[in-house]
Design a protein around this ligand. Sequence first.
Ligand SMILES: Cc1cc2nc3c(=O)[nH]c(=O)nc-3n(C[C@H](O)[C@H](O)[C@H](O)COP(=O)(O)OP(=O)(O)OC[C@H]3O[C@@H](n4cnc5c(N)ncnc54)[C@H](O)[C@@H]3O)c2cc1C
Length: 305
Amino acid sequence: MSALRSLILAAADSPRLQRLGQKYGFRLGAARFVAGQNLDEAVPVLRRLNESGLLTNTTLLGEGVGAEAETRAVVAAYREVLDRIHAEGLRTNLAVKLTHLGLSIDENLARRNVADLVEHAALRGNFVRIDMEESRHVDATLRIYRALREGGHENVGAVLQSYLFRSEDDLAALLPLAPNLRLVKGAYLEPPDIAYPRKADVDAAYVSLLETSLAGGGFTAVATHDETLIEHAIAFAREHGIPKERFEFQMLYGVRPRLQLDLVRRGFDVLVATPYGPEWYRYLMRRLAERPANLLFLLRNLLRG
Ligand SMILES: Cc1cc2nc3c(=O)[nH]c(=O)nc-3n(C[C@H](O)[C@H](O)[C@H](O)COP(=O)(O)OP(=O)(O)OC[C@H]3O[C@@H](n4cnc5c(N)ncnc54)[C@H](O)[C@@H]3O)c2cc1C
C-alpha cells in the first residue's frame, strides 16, 4: 500500500482535521463526490442521474455513532428518505452503514435499526444495501445480514471486500442464501496479516470473488471503476450464459461518469452511489486515498479561491 494512501486514511480519523475539512471542504471540492448537504439538495441530483439512464443509491453520510438516541434520529431520517424516494418516483435505493445505526454501541441495536429500515423499504418496494466497514465489524455485519435473510427479508444486500483474506470463505458461506452482494476492493486501512497489501493481489482476489459470485445463484453488484475488471465481468457473464438481470455495475458519484454512461449505452444496469449530508469528511478522505491525484483537484479549487 502506498505511504500516501496510508497517510490520507490515517487523517480520515483525525478529529482536528475533520473540523477543518468540514469547515472548508465543501467549497474545496467535496461537492464533486457528495450530492449535497441535505436531502433537498440531493433529490435533483438523483433525478438527473436517473434521467440519464443510471440507477442510484443514496446514503445519509455518517458513521461511528456513539449514542443510542442519535441512531434513532438516523433511522427517522432514512425512513423519510424512503418516503421521499417513493413520492418522487426515483429509481434509488439505500446504502447504510451499521456503525451509523449503532453497531459500535451494541450489535442488537444495529440489528433492530437496520431491520426497521429493511421493513420500511419493503413497504415502499425498495431495497437496503448494508455497506461493509472496517474489518473489526465484518463478523457482526455478516451476522446481521444473515439474520435478516433468514428472517425472510429479501430486499437486503451485503458487501464483500476483496482485500480481506477471509472474503473468499465469507462468499462460500453466503452463497446458499442466493445473496445480493456488492463486491468491492476495500477502502479502509487494514493490517497485512488480514488484508493484501499489494494492489495486484487485491485485484486478483476480486477476479476470483467476481467469478464465484456470478456463477453462484445470487445477484452481483460489480462495484469498481477498474475497466479491466468490468470487461472481465462482461466477458465471464457472456461465456457462462449469465443474464444481465443477475448483475449490475456500481460506481461512485463523481468518479468516471463517462464510463458509467458508456455501460448504460451498451445495455448494462449501472448504479451510481450518490451520498449526501453534512458529515462527508471521512467519505471524502477515502475517495482521496483511492486516488491521491484527487488531492490536486482539491488544491486547484483552493487556489481558485
Ligand atoms: C458503489 C461503490 C460502493 C462501495 N462500497 C464500499 C463498501 O461498502 N466498503 C468498502 O470498503 N469500500 C467500498 N467501496 C470502495 C471500494 O472499496 C474502492 O475503494 C473503490 O471503489 C476504488 O477501487 P476501484 O475498484 O474503483 O479500483 P482502483 O483500482 O482503485 O481504481 C481503478 C480506476 O478507477 C478510478 N478511480 C478509482 N477510485 C477513484 C476515486 N476515488 N476518484 C477518482 N478516480 C477513481 C481511477 O481511474 C483508477 O485508476 C465502494 C465503491 C463503489 C464504487
